[in-house]
Each structure stands twice: as C-alpha cells, then as structure tokens.
Design a protein around this ligand. Sequence first.
Ligand code: CDP
Length: 259
Amino acid sequence: MSGALPLTPALSPQAGSKHSPRPALAGRGRNPRQREGEGSRSFVIAIDGPAASGKGTLACRLADRLGFAHLDTGALYRATAFLVLDPGGDPADPETAARAARRIDRQLLADPRLRGEVVAAAASTVAAIPAVRRALLELQRSFAAHPPAPAKGAILDGRDIGSVVCPAADVKLFVTASAEERARRRLEELRQRGATAIFEDVLQDLKERDARDTERRTAPLTAAPDAIVIDTTALDADAVFERAYNLIARALKEKEWKQ
Ligand code: CDP
C-alpha cells in the first residue's frame, strides 16, 4: 500500500467519547490555521444504531486505530438533558431544551453524570425536539468537516449521522443487536460502574427509548439506504471491529485511487 492511507495508530483525539476522559470538542478546528490537511476533505465515518448496540465501543476502537477524531453525538443530547434536569427543568419543554443545547461546553461532555439512565431517558426526550437538533447540527457537521488536528478523518456515532448529519459520509455503518442482548450489555456496563439494576427494567427502558428514537418525526433512528448493517447479537467486540475495519480500509484505498 503506497501513499497516504492514514492507518496510523492511536493519535486518537476522541472528542466527546464516553470511553475517554479527554475534553470533548477539543480543537474542533475553529482556527483554520490549526486545521490539518486544509484543502483535502476529511474522511468521514458515520456509525448509527440503537442504544447499547456497541457503536460507541466500535467508534472508539476505530478512532484509535485510524488516528481519527471521534465524536459521541449521544453525549450532546445527554448534556442537553443534564442541563435541563439539573435545575429541575422539564426535558419536554422545547424552549428550555433548545436553550440548554446552546449552552453545552466541552468539559460537560466528559462528565460521568451524563452516563446515568435517567439522563439517557431525558436525552431521548430532548432529542425529539426539532429546535434542539437544529442547535446541535452545525456543531456536528463542523466536527466532521474539520476534525481537530492531527486527525485526517472523523468518526461520529449516533442515530442520524448517516441519514441527516453527514449524508455524504465516506463509510456508513449501522450497528444493531437484539434488544435482549443490548439490555444484557447495558446491565453489565451499569454493574461495572457500581450501579444496581434489574435486567427487566433495563430491557424495558431500552425498548421505550428505541420506540421514542425510531418513532419521532425529526431525524428518527434509521439506517441510511447506503449504510452497511452489522448485527452484533452474536459477535464479540473484536469480531465487529475486524469487520468494520476491513470495510473502512477498503474505502480508504478506493478514495486514494480517486484522488
Ligand atoms: O449510549 P446509548 O446508545 O445508550 O445512548 P447515546 O448514544 O448516548 O444517546 C442518548 C440519546 O440521545 C438517544 O436515545 C437518542 O434519543 C439521542 N441521540 C439522537 O437523537 N441522535 C444522535 N445522533 C445521538 C443520540
């Protein structure tokens, strides 16, 4: 493989990653002189899927391997929900939620208080409000187009990345798994964080969130028509990673040929 395939290890400015304590949106490319690869388009990977499908873990590992920047867009909705809930606000109120979305700062995105299930449920409520999505759209697109240096590409994971935020993404993946398997994984995650939870409750919460995310009018959870679907129900994280990485390596190679 000759030339500029950016398959270098672990540069990993994983902004907004739930797996990384690094401040989110770090160096989001506001200063054009700091942008890496100005003039050449950023390589964008969109990863969508339902809650606890493994898309966050996959996005983090890919970002590490490729040296791409990662934005966990769910953290934006969680942060919005947190800013509403903290002073006792109502996540269903459009004005309160849209104001909160405009107040997100990079430090908040790494705050462990965003990871709780109460915040997650409120996140899916604020996420259904069009004004909230509008407030967060430009920020996500800007991250994709101008990932913080030295990354030459961006990975965004969420619900509507391939369909709405980055419809021209170079690679689109839709990562899914059965509700029961996702509930099992989320339960494990919660227990590892020291929380007590019951499988049936976690499953019920996930199903309610799936329904809110798929049935909302604005940017519902959906696989873009050109997304590659990876069902992870019977796959471990390594197998999912290998499959996704091979697809991306092929796409990177094709892009190099076209340039
Ligand atoms: O980590 P988990 O998959 O449980 O959820 P998340 O990715 O942190 O997202 C929390 C909530 O934010 C989701 O249930 C969605 O309602 C919303 N969300 C969205 O609407 N669009 C995105 N691009 C990302 C998240």
